[in-house]
Ligand binder design. Structure first.
Ligand SMILES: NC(=O)C1=CN([C@@H]2O[C@H](COP(=O)(O)OP(=O)(O)OC[C@H]3O[C@@H](n4cnc5c(N)ncnc54)[C@H](OP(=O)(O)O)[C@@H]3O)[C@@H](O)[C@H]2O)C=CC1
Ligand SMILES: Nc1nc(=O)c2c([nH]1)NC[C@@H]1CN(c3ccc(C(=O)N[C@@H](CCC(=O)O)C(=O)O)cc3)C=[N+]21
Ligand SMILES: [Mg+2]
Length: 288
């Protein structure tokens, strides 16, 4: 029997812990964690995600600021706004929502956000720490970090496991692969040029898929009892939100699986909230 990894329920539990940490910061030190989300343009999916983040932050007692910027804003102008929040002591976390319009180089944005306020964990300093498995505290991309929390909660160990990461983006694929490497898995990282992904997936104990490709994986592509983590957010032929994996078709064959919606998505948001509070606590410990 397959076990459904209930991201929504786990996110609720994490959010309750985060609420208590926010209350304690307020009671003990009079500090409210501050998160600013910058959204450039009016992409519908982005607006929906940002609205979800904002609502959750407010519910948890985090001071959430959303700034929607014009789609034709110059890179220089955007970097100036980021600098203002870098210098604002009431702001602990800065997130610039992906995707960005063509005139803006994402890597310039990533480098401009102070590593100490990099709630997405995208800054080269933080990515470097992740790759060396540094022992100090630093932010990590929220989606992969949330997936590690799921593994932990469901008693899924990575040590000695064959893991396959489908996708190599800076937000999901690469940091997820690094976390699994650090946890002792043997990891293959696939991309669009991988001739036949089935060569890898059919022997995998753990598959994390983050491609945005509908019907990428069916029962023929997976091993019996495998753990399937579906990061994809796709619209199917009926206009419903689904993942990369054909959930119903693989269900009887898998050991564990995350649903879409209700799996990785809610955990991304819960982890973002958790990490906003982490940044506020770490800042205080540094004597900000
Ligand atoms: N649930 C959540 O919290 C989140 C969900 N998402 C969702 O996850 C998906 C991926 O997001 P993101 O990483 O930002 O996307 P990107 O488009 O940046 O990356 C997609 C990756 O998938 C690879 N890929 C595409 N097609 C195939 C294929 N047929 N076989 C193997 N690899 C393939 C691409 O390869 P190549 O590099 O060669 O082009 C690329 O590395 C999207 O659906 C997005 O909406 C994203 C972030 C958070
Ligand atoms: N700088 C940056 N950081 C991000 O973390 C970031 C980003 N840019 N750009 C876009 C992606 C995507 N992402 C999601 C977050 C939550 C859900 C989520 O909550 N999904 C719900 C469904 C939500 C719905 O109703 O559509 C679910 O799967 O259950 C999905 C996707 C964060 N991203
Ligand atoms: Mg993130």
């Amino acid at each position: 029997m397959a076990t459904v990894i209930d991201g929504k329920a786990l996110a609720k539990k994490i959010n309750e812990q985060t609420t208590q940490r926010v209350e304690k910061l307020q009671a003990d030190y009079g500090i409210t964690p501050g998160l600013v989300v910058l959204i450039v343009g009016t992409d519908q999916a982005s607006e929906r995600y940002v609205r979800n983040k904002h609502r959750t932050a407010q519910r948890l007692g985090i001071n959430s600021i959303v700034r929607q910027l014009p789609v034709d804003i110059s890179e220089a102008e955007l970097l100036k706004i980021i600098q203002q929040y870098n210098n604002d002591p009431t702001i602990d976390g800065i997130l610039v929502q992906d995707p960005l319009p063509d005139q803006i180089n994402e890597k310039d944005v990533t480098r401009t956000i102070l590593p100490e306020k990099d709630v997405d964990g995208f800054h080269p300093v933080n990515v470097g720490k992740l790759f060396i498995d540094d022992s100090t505290k630093y932010p990590v991309s929220c989606t992969p970090k949330g997936i590690m929390t799921m593994f932990d909660e469901y008693g899924i160990s990575l040590k000695g496991k064959k893991a396959v990461m489908i996708g190599r983006s800076a937000i999901v694929g690469k940091p997820m692969a690094a976390l699994m490497i650090n946890a002792g898995a043997t990891v293959s990282i696939l991309n669009r040029y991988t001739p036949d992904i089935k060569d890898y997936t059919k022997d995998a104990d753990i598959i994390v898929s983050a491609t945005g490709q509908l019907h990428l994986l069916g029962p023929d592509a997976i091993k019996s009892g495998a753990v399937i983590i579906d990061v994809g957010q796709n619209m199917n032929e009926q206009g419903h939100l689904v993942g990369d994996v054909d959930y119903d078709d693989v269900f009887d064959k898998v050991g564990f699986i995350t649903p879409v919606p209700g799996g990785v998505g809610p955990m991304t948001i819960a982890t973002l909230m958790q990490q906003s509070v982490d940044l506020a606590e770490w800042g205080m410990q540094r004597g900000k």
